[in-house]
Design a protein around this ligand. Structure first.
Ligand SMILES: [Zn+2]
Ligand SMILES: [Zn+2]
Length: 81
């Protein structure tokens, strides 16, 4: 009986590990996906947030899009006080 238990535990661990790997790979946000294709995210909530130079935290809980905005917005951003 011990063998079956071990087998089941191993199978369980494998499934969990596989699931974790999959989840990690799919963690790209809509903005990251768009940036990967050389585009900007077209989601309404993201466009509005990015327009204000903010992160759309709804889609990017870790503010992933903020890095992408800075990258794409380098031109013509001079400070005028
Ligand atoms: Zn987005
Ligand atoms: Zn959004």
């Amino acid at each position: 009986m011990k063998f079956i238990k071990t087998l089941a535990a191993t199978a369980c661990a494998t499934i969990i590990l596989a699931g974790m790997a999959l989840a990690a790979e799919q963690k790209q946000t809509c903005c990251e996906k768009a940036a990967a294709e050389g585009k900007t995210c077209t989601m309404k909530c993201c466009v509005a947030a990015h327009h204000e130079g903010k992160s759309c935290e709804k889609c990017n809980p870790n503010k992933e899009d903020l890095k992408l905005i800075k990258k794409g917005n380098q031109a013509g951003q001079k400070k005028e006080d």
